[in-house]
Design a protein around this ligand. Structure first.
Ligand code: FAD
Length: 631
């Protein structure tokens, strides 16, 4: 028989990014014995890579800011497809979560009068991103880790062991959730280094596994983002929403090829950087869509005045939401006005003194010097769209983060959850999302455990199946190489389910994904269980595949363009589609897609918008309801 290490916890948090750490802190503060599991090294998560900052309406730089303005911006950014309750909680609670982080020891950049400084970002009406230079995520992770260490020191004092009530298992990958009927009973996985198996028995699991970007050819995401949490949730009976919406960040590096996709922070534009095509034209003025026309400058002169006098000028079109900017760059390149490497120019060199660039954007300066031998204080950068963020994710109860569907005891927070960002996320809204909903999910997982009458039990047979599934790629020697399969999957998703989508290509993608599924079912990995990345990838592939199927199916179904979903054959937003969420579930091995009406916004929230603005998004029927409401 196979040796399996066993542990017992109250709450198991899968993922050690911002959402996972904040959830774990909350569960531990509620007295629960908590495990944090992370596929990568502790401290290495996407959260650590976040550059720009965390959005919170603290009003430190412009006192007109408030949660209501932040709520409106978030709903606009998501093109009104957001779960309004999540957007509301997020806007209301973000400032508290940022201030709380200071009590954990975070050191944000300051305003002249000593308050937390806030910077401009795409889609945010006022300067709103609390930041630490362009290394905000690092500070966030550092302080959350420090908080965990301080809790462990308390436990050592009170219980004699650092690990008594909160323990980190790093480089540990979870491959299965185990159920007792419709209740979560535990999580099964392996240590990446030894290949040994490990079982966590626990009545509550919080998924905080981040994104899915590794299914795409050009991506800002690193190796571990294979949609594991999304797939674990589906297989456990939970549902996913908004999976057709992926954010292609407008500015990834395009050269040299080895670093293609690596992110160039939006702060470059927030701090004054402009986009130009190969003819030297500042082209974004040609791409301001009607829904945003009122808020954006019409001339470069007005746009440039905005940086110093935002109250009397409109913002530059470089700061439109990401989906708009990404599509604009895509169009310029397609029209033959791209750079030699197939991007456009991003110029900060001619806009700010060299010293100022090095002070505000130290990581970007370093990144371009080191990777592309470009000095951004002297030369423009070459940039183009890169797959960055998945809006879609586990369908959750907005207040508690509890997964909907046929499973209890499962919670999700952060990028793996869906709803909060609708069809498009605003920059900076992720870091704040992690803190707000991480805390909520951790707290509600603890409450769920308190309310249980008996503990769910892990069935022996389920563990045996988990072991068999994990070992299968090592035991086949005729199957295909996992790296080839991953490349083929990335090609299908990048070429056929990418930034601009068409019916025939999406249908083709589904055929190819079905073929890939057969091939992945026979994947083989050579070598043994000790540190074997090929084996790990072989196991990740089935997750990438099922999640990609959800994306392709939903993208084919949604016949409109909205946020992170652009259909060339249905180029406009359709108010009827705004009322619909596409919900994915698994029946056996098959992805099922259902339409579900979006929850209705409460009257005091919808009342925050002008009728003229709502008319751009709502159906006539909804507008009539709105008129009755305000009458
Ligand atoms: P992550 O931080 O992605 O962490 C996921 C965790 O889950 C990791 O620990 C991983 O190892 C673990 N995991 C995954 N699968 C498994 C498994 N099977 N078993 C065990 N563990 C698993 N957002 C902003 O708001 N502002 C920004 O300025 C910003 N800049 C960004 C820059 C870059 C380069 C990138 C890539 C993203 C940026 N984002 C930004 C987005 C933001 O960083 C992410 O959306 C966010 O950090 C996600 O946090 P999370 O806690 O949900 O997951």
């Amino acid at each position: 028989t196979t040796r399996i290490e066993r542990h017992h916890y109250d709450v198991v948090v899968i993922g050690a990014g911002g959402a996972g750490l904040r959830a774990a802190i909350e569960a531990r503060l509620a007295g629960k014995k908590t495990a944090i599991i992370s596929k990568s090294l502790f401290g290495k998560a996407h959260t650590v890579m976040a550059e720009g900052g965390a959005a919170a309406a603290m009003g430190n730089v412009n006192s007109r800011d408030s949660w209501q303005v932040h709520f409106r911006d978030t709903m606009r950014g998501g093109k009104f497809l957001n779960n309004f309750r999540m957007a509301e909680l997020h806007a209301k609670e973000s400032p508290q979560r940022i201030w709380e982080l200071e009590t954990y020891g975070a050191l944000f950049d300051r305003t002249k009068d000593g308050r937390i400084s806030q910077r401009n970002f795409g889609g945010h009406e006022y300067p709103r991103l609390a930041h630490v230079g362009d290394r905000t995520g690092l500070e966030l992770i550092r302080t959350l880790q420090q908080k965990i260490v301080s809790l462990q020191q308390e436990d050592k004092r009170d219980h004699g062991s650092y690990d008594a009530r909160i323990k980190v298992f790093s480089e540990t990958t979870i491959t299965e959730l185990l159920l007792d009927g419709d209740r979560v009973a535990g999580a099964f996985g392996y240590y990446r280094e030894s290949g040994e198996f490990v079982l966590f028995e626990a009545p509550a699991v919080v998924l905080a596994t981040g994104g899915v970007g590794r299914s795409y050819k050009v991506t800002s995401n690193s190796w571990e983002y294979t949609g594991d949490g999304h797939a674990l949730a589906l297989r456990a009976g939970a549902t996913l929403i908004n999976m057709e919406f992926l954010q292609f960040h407008p500015t990834g590096m395009v050269w040299p090829p080895s670093v293609k996709g690596i992110l160039v922070t939006e702060s470059v534009r927030g701090d004054g950087g402009i986009l130009k095509n190969s003819e030297g034209k500042r082209f974004m003025f040609d791409y301001v869509p009607d829904v945003f026309r009122k808020q954006y400058a019409e001339t470069p002169e007005e746009a440039d005045r905005w940086y110093d006098d935002p109250d009397n000028n409109r913002r530059p079109p470089e700061l439109l939401p990401r989906d708009e900017v990404a599509r604009a760059i895509n169009s310029e390149v397609k029209a033959g006005r791209g750079t030699p490497a197939g991007g456009v120019y991003l110029d900060i060199a001619s806009r700010l003194p060299a010293e100022e660039i090095r002070r505000r954007l130290p990581s970007m300066h370093h990144q371009f010097k080191g990777l592309a031998d470009v000095d951004i204080t002297k030369e423009p950068m070459e940039v183009g769209p890169t797959c960055h963020y998945v809006m879609g994710g586990v369908e959750v109860d907005p207040d508690s983060g509890a997964a909907y569907g046929a499973v209890r005891g499962l919670f999700a927070a952060g990028e793996v959850s869906g709803g909060m960002h609708g069809s498009n996320r605003l920059g900076g809204n992720s870091l704040s999302d992690l803190l707000v909903f991480g805390k909520r999910a951790g707290g509600h997982a603890a409450t769920y455990v308190d309310q249980l009458t008996g503990r769910p039990r892990v069935a022996v047979a389920a563990v045996e199946t988990a072991v068999e599934t994990a070992l299968a790629p090592l035991q086949r020697d005729t199957g295909e190489n996992p790296y080839t399969l991953q490349q083929d999957l990335q090609a299908v998703m990048g070429d056929l389910v990418g930034i601009i989508r068409r019916e025939a290509e999406l249908a083709d993608a589904l055929v190819r994904l079905a073929e890939l599924r057969e091939r992945v079912a026979k994947v083989s990995a050579s070598g043994g269980r000790r540190y074997n990345p090929g084996w790990h990838l072989a196991l990740d592939l089935r997750n990438m595949l099922v999640v990609s199927e959800c994306t392709a199916k939903a993208a084919l179904e949604r016949r409109e363009s909205r946020g992170g979903h652009t259909r060339e054959d249905f180029p406009t937003m359709d108010p009827q589609w705004r009322r619909v969420n596409l919900v994915c579930s698994l029946v056996g091995d098959t992805v099922r897609l259902e339409r579900k009406p979006l929850p209705k916004m409460r009257s005091e929230l919808i009342g925050l918008f002008d009728r003229a603005e709502l008319a751009k998004y709502l159906t006539d029927e909804e507008l009539t309801e709105f008129d009755a409401l305000v009458a």
